[in-house]
Ligand binder design. Structure first.
Ligand code: FES
Length: 357
């Protein structure tokens, strides 16, 4: 049983910063899929490495604002897929992808927003920013961008345009670790734009967030995407300031190798699966994840990172129990109300029932 795939034709490639590619797609004989702003595409790479693999990239496009789907990629050290996308991909090439997925989306009703991003982490945050400014409501948006210098700021011109057109709602703070003498001139769009030399610390971030949000802190939603150090500092500080899981949204594409439990402690299990209006059954041997069991049985479930971070493989458990192991945690399905990720889920009961939508 195969999964639904999108066929994407590359129509244009631009370079927002050195070593990056902003890739625009048309669909091949398919309508543009419905998606929510802030979601990602999982691209399939069947021939790039010794074994087929997949990688997820945030959508830079915003539904209702941008007519074409687009992703934006920065080359990473030893990144086979990012090297291909930023150096070899050409207009006219065709890629295959899973439909857009992800939970890094805006709340349904407008509210004050605190956006924190670094490097290419600004890609999904920029999409959210365009959507927030484009929808009804007059809530304030505070954007903190951490970068090396002005040249490494993604979508610099587009951001300056938004700052000028929404000066009453959007305030941008650039924190640069290697600021140059000209960076203020290069980045300042309005009298409100702030440009500072420095690195983010927990104490500084706490001070900044309290200053820019003030009394709006309890109702604000925060969105964070960037390198691991930024993610860690921002999430620690925002939790300390009272942002719970319902108001703190994080997007993390770093792939960590997940821990594997001892197979001898686990049962042989039979899985009953509801998927695409069909009831399927497959075995999972001790030490196999649900995803591995399904793929071995020829059932093509959706997946990308295989490390428990991207959410592509989300499923709902309706019977039995599993345990999920990531690189730094073990979580029982009882603790998540049965919401699981099949790529890191090991059955701990001999019968497991689940549904994938
Ligand atoms: S495939 Fe990414 S969380 Fe499972």
């Amino acid at each position: 049983m195969s999964q639904e795939l999108l066929t994407l034709i590359v129509t244009h490639i631009s370079r927002p910063v050195p070593g990056s590619a902003h890739i625009f797609f048309d669909m091949q004989e398919q309508p543009v899929p419905d998606y929510q702003v802030g979601q990602f595409l999982t691209l399939l790479f069947p021939d790039l490495g010794p074994v087929p693999f997949r990688r997820s990239y945030s959508l830079a496009s915003t539904p209702g604002v941008d007519p074409q789907l687009s992703i934006c990629v920065k080359r990473t050290v030893n990144g086979q897929a990012s090297a291909y996308l930023t150096q070899k991909l050409q207009v006219g090439d065709i890629l295959q992808a899973l439909p857009p997925a992800g939970q890094f989306v805006l709340p349904e009703t407008p509210c004050p927003l605190l956006l924190i991003a670094g490097g290419s982490g600004f890609v999904p945050v920029f999409a959210l920013l365009k959507a927030a400014l484009n929808r009804p409501g007059n809530d304030k948006i505070q954007l903190l961008l951490a970068n090396r210098n002005a040249e490494s700021v993604f979508f610099r011109k587009e951001l300056q345009h938004l700052e000028r057109s929404h000066a009453d709602r959007l305030k941008v703070f650039h924190l640069l670790s290697q600021a140059t003498a000209t960076c203020e001139d290069e980045l300042k769009a309005t009298a409100h734009t702030e440009v500072r030399q420095g690195r983010m610390s927990n104490a500084w971030l706490e001070f900044w967030a309290e200053q820019v949000l003030g009394k709006q802190m309890p109702e604000a939603h925060a969105y964070v995407c960037g390198p691991p150090g930024l993610m860690l500092k921002a999430s620690m500080t925002l939790r300390f300031l009272g942002f719970g899981a319902d108001r703190l949204h994080q997007e993390d594409f770093i792939i960590y190798t997940p821990f594997r439990p001892e197979a001898s402690q686990l049962p042989h299990a039979t899985i009953a699966l509801q998927f695409k209006n069909k009831t399927l059954s497959f075995p999972v041997t001790p030490g196999q994840t649900l995803l591995e069991g399904a793929l071995a049985a020829g059932i093509e479930l959706p997946y990308s990172c295989r490390s428990g971070s991207c959410t592509t493989c989300s499923a709902q458990l309706t019977g039995g129990r599993v345990e999920m192991y990531t690189h730094n945690s073990r979580v029982d399905s009882d603790a998540t109300n049965g919401h699981i990720f099949t790529c890191v889920a090991y059955p701990v009961t001999p019968q497991v029932q689940l549904t994938i939508r």
